[in-house]
Design a protein around this ligand. Structure first.
Ligand SMILES: [Zn+2]
Length: 464
């Protein structure tokens, strides 16, 4: 079946676009799935939803077949773009060793702009055809390759927040930066992206210290100054694994913990997104809630490298914003649908893994609590986290279909399952559609069911 990615310039926006949808489904809040039938959606030239008429009489010019539903585009809150070719491989060692053995060398290859130009379009198209309309990217330490990533996102029409990573210690010689060089390149990167795409454009810059262990205090402080000067988003990793937490404590005996160190460097703000946070104290979660900082939960790589479950419901109840991420390539899949399934699955693990001796579990020493029944994440909540939850974590007007929001949307063909393909009759009721959508989300649906993807009202992918 041919795949189509419109090449730039993307189709010129008309004054308004009108979408006639047999069904639209979204999740305005955690645990709430909203199914609306025979909907007419009017989208303005700038990609915003102008009107939603939920009782529109279906006419012959429906945008979607009656076997399709339209849902908000997925928001992937944690992607390492230069690790794309490593996806699904090389996960046999603990985090700090994994970085040194596999990941830093893979990223160092992006010193070549030709390599970046070859890899990044493939990744972006992969994400788009999986329905990921927004991604928060870590690029590599290289200014040129990071700018290529930002421009490639814009070229293919993906909403993206892109960060040039920063590290001035503990990296291989061919990949480590000087403190001054890292700060200078970051400022050039931020200014360049703003100049190209505006302050609230489709592509936005993100100040990105890789994580505390690979950044000197001087670098962290300098990046905090840049983020404040340009009012930028900030992303990094925090409280990810036992070896990482111990390393931070040894490097910073006084402040000892990621949250305290980031806060002291102006890197904990309402525009900060911290990946993982599986080893976070409740008191630190409260600090994040007070500042408005968010967590990118990556359920697969959390199990793989953190060997811990993020207490999603508890941290949400403390007021922390949480979105989901694939964590390419610590994660195994480029599909946010897999992250949704995994979020529900790992939340069922009751307490620590059985082989751990609770009396000596280092996570107990660090104040991490075991998860319990109240931590179960149902599929509707996981879907919410992958759409509206992630949008709120990033401060974006997407992820839910309301007037004023942007039309970032995915058309899903509910007959993706060949055992179901003969069933092309119009949907009788909302319950039937909800059940079939649940099967797409929770069973083996994914890329093959995505028929069309829009960002800001423009078609960025179509399967014909
Ligand atoms: Zn990461």
């Amino acid at each position: 079946m041919p795949l189509k990615f419109p090449q730039p310039p993307l189709g010129a926006a008309t004054d308004v676009a009108v979408f006639h949808c047999p069904f639209i489904i979204d999740a305005p809040t955690a645990g709430e799935l909203r199914v609306r039938q025979n909907v007419k959606v009017v989208v303005s030239r700038d990609g915003r939803i102008q009107a939603i008429d939920p009782n529109h009489e279906a006419d012959k010019s429906t945008t979607a077949n009656k076997t399709c539903v339209i849902v908000p585009g997925f928001v992937d809150c944690h992607v390492h773009a230069p690790q794309y070719k490593q996806l699904g491989t090389k996960t046999d060692v603990p985090l700090m060793e994994w970085l040194q053995k596999y990941t830093f060398p893979a990223e160092a290859a992006f010193a070549s702009t030709a390599h970046a130009s070859a890899v990044y379009p493939r990744l972006i198209c992969r994400l788009l055809r999986n329905g990921t309309t927004t991604a928060l990217y870590f690029a590599s330490n290289h200014l040129a390759a990071s700018l290529i990533l930002a421009e490639t996102c814009a070229k293919y029409g993906q909403r993206a927040l892109v960060g040039k990573t920063c590290s001035d210690q503990l990296l291989p010689e061919d990949y480590v930066e000087t403190t001054a060089g890292s700060l200078a390149d970051t400022e050039v990167f931020v200014k360049s992206v703003y100049e190209r795409h505006g302050r609230n454009g489709l592509v936005m810059p993100v100040v990105t210290p890789r994580f505390v262990p690979t950044c000197s205090l001087e670098l962290l402080q300098g990046l905090g100054e840049i983020a404040e000067k340009y009012s930028c988003h900030i992303q990094t990793h925090a409280a990810e694994s036992v070896d990482q937490v111990a390393l931070v404590r040894s490097q910073h005996p006084e402040l000892a913990r990621d949250i305290a160190i980031l806060a002291s460097c102006k890197l904990l703000t309402s525009k900060t997104v911290l990946a993982h946070c599986t080893h976070l104290h409740d008191s630190e979660a409260r600090t994040m809630a007070q500042t408005g900082a968010a967590i990118a939960s990556c359920p697969y790589s959390n199990m793989l490298f953190s060997r811990a479950v993020l207490p999603v419901n508890r941290f949400r109840s403390l007021g922390v914003k949480i979105g989901l991420g694939t964590d390419i390539a610590g994660g195994h899949s480029a599909s946010m649908v897999d992250s949704v399934r995994m979020a529900g699955l790992v939340s069922r693990i009751d307490g620590f893994l059985p082989r751990w001796d609770r009396s000596t579990d280092p996570r107990e020493e660090s104040g991490v609590q075991p998860v319990g029944d109240e931590e179960v994440v149902d599929w509707k909540t996981a879907f919410y986290l992958s759409t509206r939850g992630g949008a709120q974590a990033l401060g974006l007007e997407v992820g839910v279909f309301e007037v004023g929001m942007r039309w970032d949307a995915v058309m899903v063909d509910l007959t993706w399952d060949e055992d179901d393909s003969a069933d092309d009759t119009p949907r009788e009721n909302e319950e039937d559609v909800e059940m079939k959508f649940e099967r797409w989300i929770c069973s083996h649906g994914g890329e093959q069911g995505v028929k069309k993807v829009w960002v800001d009202g423009k078609t960025v992918f179509a399967r014909e």
